[in-house]
Ligand binder design. Structure first.
Ligand code: FAD
Length: 533
């Protein structure tokens, strides 16, 4: 087994596979300790996975900060909760990636994984349309399965041709820094005030993390003077700036200004994607790491089951369907949470209603922890009640609420349309392949019926006029370009019997060879797409 990428998705997965008795090679181009642009909150469900694989004690001993108190402030709404009283088995934790990711990689080595850092994967090995290993520089590493846990710019996804769907635009940038001297009180604060959103809380080594997220419209002005802009952003939340007053900044302001949300095709023959490589969502609800850990745990079981029953591909397809179902609602909820500021009287009222009820506030936290789906909390009844309250208490807000409703309906219909690709293209290409075979052969039969078996006469007719010669040359050049592209394409992502398109073009025509190749390629790409048996 080869796992490419050794952070939150790759290293724990490699550990879990090794713990299930498999031989695993973990490759990462980075050398650890290594920084990556991300804040640090791991939701309780992710902490549970770290506990189950035996790494939690070490992580806590190395100074991860438990987060036992939660505040969410949105214009007009304030939710407060503590994790006492059995809300979660573990509290969230926070630890800088510089420290955490090294512990994860070390944990994999202790579990018996062959860890190779400073090793960049540049290619995949293929056999009959199946990935059979990875190429890292001069080294070729054979494997029954290659896991791409190599993040948003995944090389494995690129080489395997995994396509993206459910795209969500970036609507904010993230800017954060650390402070020394804040009392470590285990208090995580999320805020949405005016144009800005915030994530703030203690992390390891006595540091305090404060992130502020301005909307994309302010990107250029923010980046033009990030120090001053960051300071102004913190000052705009008095509760946070009060907490930081008299403390000392440690290190620069870090900025993440370039990302978008997506899903990628989860698996194919001999490969599978885990963590950000397969799915990235707006970081506002701070779930990416816990997602990577949860996905890894389930994937390790699926891979073990696949080898046990002798049908790895079917088990990976099932896992891919689970991943999509598990992540879809939260993907869009995260996009809404990080959306650019707009007037949202209805959403504000819904949050006020949730904040006013202790049990609903706890359900909000359980939703962030992936225990209940957003649709179970934001039910039509709750929305209708909130709308009635706005209409009764603030009739002046009615036009804005109407606009908000129209926007939500438009957004929902766009999101429904963003389903994983279906088989329409494949069917269209098959139809064109059949037509491309039948039509030229009919023409040949007609000619034979009229002229008898006169091959020389048939071909000489191609050049009887300048326009017909032009057409023949046009097709010949197009066929040569097609062959060149086919050769490049199958080097990148080969599939079984791709070569038949070449005799098909010579014997029947480009109108047959071209759609035939595209149809076979489409089938190979989507054989393992989610939702397909
Ligand atoms: C601004 C921001 C804030 C965030 N805040 C939070 C938060 O508070 N909580 C949370 O849970 N999530 C957060 N996230 C999301 C979180 O960072 C990711 O979901 C998480 O890092 C995913 O881990 P991963 O292992 O899938 O990918 P990565 O962490 O991206 O790791 C991929 C690894 O693959 C390696 N790699 C890449 N290409 C190759 C190659 N060709 N060969 C070998 N190795 C390769 C890289 O070196 C890297 O080490 C945030 C994200 C952003 C952008």
């Amino acid at each position: 087994m080869v796992v490419v990428g050794g952070r939150c998705a790759g290293a724990p997965l490699a550990t879990m596979l090794a713990q299930r008795g498999m031989r695993v090679c973990l490759l990462d181009k980075a050398r650890f300790p290594s920084e990556t642009l991300s804040t640090h909150v791991i939701q309780p469900c992710g902490v549970g996975v770290l506990d189950r694989i035996g790494l939690l004690d070490g992580i806590l001993a190395a100074g991860a900060a438990p987060l036992t108190r939660f505040t969410f402030v949105s214009d007009g709404a304030r939710m407060e909760a503590t994790v006492e009283g059995g809300l979660f088995e573990h509290p969230s934790i926070s630890m800088r990636r510089l420290v955490l990711d090294r512990l994860l990689v070390d944990g994999a080595a202790v579990a018996g994984v062959d860890v190779r850092t400073g090793t960049r994967v540049t290619g995949l090995l293929w056999e009959n349309g199946r990935v059979t290993g990875a190429v890292a520089g001069e080294k070729r590493i054979a494997a029954r399965l290659v896991v791409g846990a190599d993040g948003r710019g995944s090389t494995v996804a690129e080489l395997a041709g995994a396509r993206k769907y459910r795209l969500a635009p970036q609507e904010r940038i993230f800017a954060w820094a650390y402070f020394e001297g804040v009392e470590p009180d285990g208090h995580l604060r999320l805020g949405s005030l005016g144009d800005l959103t915030y994530v703030a809380g203690p992390t390891d080594s006595g540091l305090y993390l404060a992130a502020a997220c301005p909307p994309m419209k302010d990107r250029e002005s923010f980046l033009a003077d990030r120090e001053a802009s960051y300071a102004a952003a913190l000052a705009a939340w008095p509760e946070l700036s009060g907490l930081l007053a008299g403390t000392r900044r440690s290190g620069p302001v870090r900025v993440m200004a370039n990302w978008h949300g997506y899903f990628r095709q989860p698996a194919g023959p001999g490969w599978v994607l885990a963590g950000d490589a397969g799915n990235f969502k707006d970081p506002s609800p701070a779930q990416g790491m816990a997602d990577a850990l949860r996905q890894g745990e389930r994937l390790a079981d699926s891979i073990a089951a696949g080898f046990r029953v002798g049908d790895l591909d079917a088990c990976l397809r099932r896992w891919g369907r689970w991943r999509d179902k598990d992540g879809r609602e939260m993907h869009w909820f995260a996009a809404d949470m990080g959306a650019a500021p707009k007037k949202r009287p209805l959403a504000d009222q819904i949050l006020r209603d949730i904040a006013a009820d202790r049990e609903d506030t706890r359900r909000f936290l359980r939703m962030l922890n992936h225990e209940i789906r957003p649709s179970r909390l934001f039910t039509p009844v709750r929305v209708a009640r909130a709308a009635a309250r706005v209409a009764r208490r603030e009739p002046r807000q009615l036009p804005a609420m109407l606009k908000e409703g129209v926007r939500e309906v438009q957004k929902a219909s766009q999101r429904v349309a963003q389903r994983p690709p279906d088989r329409v293209t494949e069917r269209l290409l098959l139809a064109l392949t059949v037509i491309g075979f039948v039509v030229p052969n009919l023409c040949v039969l007609l000619f034979l019926g009229e002229e008898g078996l006169d091959t020389g006469g048939y071909f000489s007719l191609w050049f009887t006029s300048t326009p017909s010669t032009q057409l023949v040359l046009d097709l010949a050049i197009a066929a040569l370009a097609f062959f060149a592209w086919v050769l490049a394409e199958v080097r990148r992502a080969p599939f079984a019997r791709w070569w038949v398109c070449i005799p098909a073009t010579f014997l029947v025509g480009l109108c047959f060879g071209l759609p035939l190749f595209l149809w076979m390629r489409e089938r190979a790409l989507w054989k393992h797409a989610p939702g397909r048996a």
